[in-house]
Every structure is written in structure tokens, then in C-alpha cells.
Design a protein around this ligand. Structure first.
Ligand code: HEC
Ligand code: HEC
Length: 214
């Protein structure tokens, strides 16, 4: 990605995230505490008791500390079939807009320890990719969008503490899962060329690195 297209896409994300925030504010305040509690407990049956993620027959991603705008965007993407996942379509399409906004706030404030379990030997290589990118392959530093500590901001998700096997799956299958409505392109287009240009070994290394971060 060259600098011009990077600037353009960043401007798009900032503009889109401001409109999402305004949207979320309009919709809060219509969910009772017991309703929210019941729904959060339900999410945690798959995403882990502290939303730290869970390894079942496939990895369930960490939601703890995740950026509210990013979570809201993904739930909408599942509902509109822009992001393909049969499990989360069924979960997300039953959520009211007010519940959706309340849930995103709820998960933001949880701070469990990372689940861990990644191979330690490849962590240093992953850190180098995260901080510096891969200049020869046109891959920008991950830190330039996901932040120096991988905590994310707005539409850019937190990667710190995310399950390494989940991250590997997402980066490997990007084109098959996200941006599935070509007539309605979304923020997933920003990551598409980056996921595409990483080799399998580079994906494993960077996934190991972020999964260990607090
Ligand atoms: C039956 C299990 C299950 C339940 C219940 C469930 N999820 Fe999920 N969720 C998943 C799986 C599996 C994925 C990973 C999908 C993928 O691989 O793309 C996921 C992904 C997500 C993502 C995308 C995370 C990311 O990092 O991109 C969000 C957001 C999410 N779930 C929110 C919720 C919320 C909020 C609830 C409760 C209302 C919930 N989930 C309940 C299984 C579940
Ligand atoms: C130009 C900005 C930018 C750069 C650089 C960038 N990302 Fe992303 N990334 C994004 C955006 C935006 C999203 C959210 C996409 C969406 O909403 O579907 C994302 C999403 C992701 C996700 C999905 C997270 C989840 O919970 O499902 C992973 C994994 C990821 N990026 C890893 C990386 C890695 C590794 C690098 C460095 C090699 C990187 N990103 C560099 C913008 C960027």
C-alpha cells in the first residue's frame, strides 16, 4: 500500500468512525441492567467467562477490551452478511440496536489476562513485523493502525491478547469471510491487501506476538 492510499483509507476510517459514535449515542439507555446481564452471560458461554476468548472446536475470539466501534461494526457486518460466519449471524441478528450499543460498552472495560498458548520462539520475529512491517513486501507496520501496544482505536481493533489461532485463521481466510458485499465495501477493505501479502510463517509469527500482549 502506498502512502497516498494509506492516507485516503485512514481518512475514510476516521470519518466513518465519527458517524458510528454519534449513532451509538442515540441508541443507549433502552436496555435494563438484568437484560444486559443475561445477554452478556450468553456471549460469555462461547467467548469465555471473562470474555478472554475460548478454545472449543474452533477458537472463539477475545472480546475483552475490544474497541466499541469495531465490535459494533462486526456485529452489523454479520447481520448484513458482509462478514461470513453462521454462528455469529444467528447471534447478532437477534440483537436490538440498543442492546448492540450496550454490549459494546460492557466488553470494553474487561481486563482479563491473555489466554496465551502461542509458540514463544517466533514472538521476536512477530514483534519486528508488528513494529516495522515488511518493507520489501509493501506491508506497513501493524502498529501504524492498531497502535504501538496493539490496543486499537475506533474501527481499528485491539489485537493485544487475541487468541493466536483465531488471528491466524482470520488473516488466512480474509477474502472468504469479510467484505462479502462488493456493492457495500467496508473497513475490511483496508486490511485485505495486508492479509494477502503476509506469508503463512509471517502470519504465525505476528499472531504469536500479539496474543501474548496484555
Ligand atoms: C455459540 C457461540 C457464540 C456465542 C453465544 C456468541 N459468539 Fe460471538 N463469536 C463466536 C465465534 C465462533 C466467533 C468467530 C467468528 C469467526 O471466526 O469469524 C465470534 C465472533 C464474534 C465477534 C467478532 C470478534 C472479532 O474480533 O472480530 C464479535 C464482536 C462477537 N462474536 C460478539 C458476540 C456477542 C456480543 C455475543 C453475545 C450477544 C456473542 N458474540 C455470542 C461464537 C459465539
Ligand atoms: C492501514 C491500517 C492497518 C494496518 C497497517 C494493519 N491493519 Fe489490521 N485492521 C485494520 C482494520 C481497519 C481492521 C478492521 C477490519 C474490519 O472492520 O473488518 C483490521 C483488522 C485486523 C484483524 C482482525 C481482528 C479481529 O479481531 O478479527 C487482524 C487479525 C489484523 N487486522 C491484523 C493486522 C496485522 C498483523 C497487521 C500488520 C501486518 C495489520 N493488521 C496492519 C487496519 C490495519
Amino acid at each position: 500500500m502506498n502512502l497516498q492510499s494509506l492516507t485516503r483509507t485512514t481518512a475514510f476510517v476516521v470519518a466513518a468512525s465519527i458517524s458510528t459514535m454519534a449513532h451509538a449515542q442515540e441508541k443507549t439507555g433502552h436496555v435494563s441492567a438484568p437484560e444486559l446481564r443475561a445477554k452478556t452471560d450468553y456471549c460469555k458461554t462461547c467467548h469465555g467467562v471473562e470474555a478472554q476468548g475460548f478454545r472449543g472446536s474452533f477458537p472463539m475470539p477475545r472480546l475483552a477490551g475490544q474497541q466499541p466501534e469495531y465490535v459494533e461494526n462486526q456485529l452489523k457486518a454479520f447481520i448484513e452478511h458482509r462478514r461470513r460466519n453462521p454462528v455469529m449471524f444467528n447471534v447478532a441478528h437477534a440483537l436490538s440496536p440498543a442492546m448492540l450499543a450496550a454490549l459494546t460498552d460492557e466488553f470494553k472495560n474487561l481486563k482479563p489476562k491473555p489466554l496465551g498458548g502461542a509458540p514463544k520462539a517466533i514472538v521476536p520475529e512477530g514483534k519486528k513485523i508488528y513494529d516495522e512491517g515488511i518493507p520489501g513486501a509493501n506491508v506497513p507496520p501493524c502498529a501504524s493502525c492498531h497502535g504501538p501496544e496493539a490496543k486499537g482505536v475506533g474501527q481499528f481493533p485491539r489485537l493485544a491478547g487475541q487468541l493466536n489461532d483465531y488471528v491466524i485463521k482470520k488473516l488466512t481466510n480474509w477474502d472468504k469471510e469479510r467484505g462479502q458485499n462488493k456493492a457495500n465495501p467496508d473497513a475490511s477493505a483496508i486490511m485485505q491487501p495486508i492479509a494477502h501479502d503476509l506469508t503463512d510463517a509471517q502470519i504465525r509469527a505476528v499472531a504469536a506476538y500479539v496474543s501474548e500482549l496484555n
